[in-house]
Design a protein around this ligand. Structure first.
Ligand SMILES: NC(=O)c1ccc[n+]([C@@H]2O[C@H](COP(=O)([O-])OP(=O)(O)OC[C@H]3O[C@@H](n4cnc5c(N)ncnc54)[C@H](O)[C@@H]3O)[C@@H](O)[C@H]2O)c1
Length: 267
């Protein structure tokens, strides 16, 4: 018996939101290295251009599209432009997100709560809906919604973020049922402590600054406290998150839908 090479995406086309960020970029590298064309969507145009520049070495088509996922109009326009440029889309990585401020529940600011829900829930809905409308007429495809381990177990001082990521897991379960008749699989991915990267550094600094009973006031100590909570006693890498996305998009996951893959080192 000869085993097939796993997770080849030659000729496939993936759209990645939050494509200028750490996980979006690592996933773009992973798919481009395996032969996929890539459409990056993000608010941050200079960083998106940098990522696109890095992807040149893979010799696959890459497009960048400025898009605020909280705007249904922006999403419709960016999705249409991406389809026009790449011909079609097979996979959508619904990944753009914002961690919110870190504050205790009784002090959590109203405006930031709204902002987190707008980006992480309403934004995910806009992309999911646009993806479903496109993929259904293309005969199917796969969507991965970026959740978080904070959507499985609510961490302290992250009220809005936890709410938003629990919502993403619920959205995934319903969308998987609604879209299965169209041959569209919808799964969620829930990383825990991932780094090095922007969100890792930010969360250790901000957890330290809150002054709660859960974390030390010194970010370096917080890092160690967090790592000690992981059974595998290390951070997950950005590449390990991208591996999870690749698996969920691949044909090897062809019977998996409505699932939340926890990339947590055993947390
Ligand atoms: N890094 C982690 O430890 C970790 C763990 C669990 C889940 N996540 C989730 O993974 C996703 C990516 O995180 P990351 O670590 O790459 O963070 P990041 O901050 O590096 O990237 C997030 C990207 O989303 C973009 N973005 C934010 N608001 C947007 C909007 N309204 N429209 C379009 N783009 C917008 C940002 O410009 C940024 O490029 C997020 O949804 C995050 O919640 C991250």
């Amino acid at each position: 018996m000869t085993a097939k090479a796993t997770y080849q995406f030659i000729g496939k086309k993936i759209l990645i939101t939050g494509g200028a960020g750490d996980i979006g970029k690592a996933t773009a590298h992973r798919f481009a290295a395996n032969g996929a064309s890539v459409a990056l969507l993000d608010l941050n145009e200079p960083k998106m251009a940098d990522v696109a520049g890095e992807l040149k070495d893979y010799n696959v088509p890459v497009g960048t599209f400025r898009c605020d996922v909280t705007s249904a109009d922006d999403v419709a326009k960016a999705f249409t432009s991406a389809v026009e440029q790449l011909g079609r889309i097979d996979y959508v990585f619904n990944n753009a997100g914002y961690q919110g401020v870190f504050a205790k529940t009784d002090e959590y600011p109203e405006d930031d709560f709204q902002k987190v829900i707008n980006i992480n829930v309403v934004g995910v809905f806009h992309i999911l809906k646009a993806a479903a409308q496109h993929l259904r007429f293309g005969g199917g495809g796969a969507i991965v919604n970026m959740a978080s381990y904070a959507g499985v177990v609510g961490p302290p001082n992250m009220l809005a973020y936890a709410a938003s990521k629990f919502a993403v897991i619920g959205i995934t379960q319903t969308a998987a049922k609604d879209l299965a008749p169209y041959g569209i699989r919808v799964n969620a991915l829930s990383p825990a402590l991932i780094g090095p990267g922007f969100m890792w550094t930010r969360q250790t600094q901000l957890q330290a600054a809150v002054g709660s009973q859960y974390f030390d006031a010194e970010p370096k100590v917080v890092e160690q406290q967090m790592i000690n909570s992981v059974p595998m006693r290390r951070l997950g890498s950005l590449e390990e998150v991208a591996n999870g996305v690749a698996f969920l998009m691949s044909d090897e996951a062809s019977y998996i839908t409505g699932f939340n893959l926890e990339v947590t080192g055993g947390q």
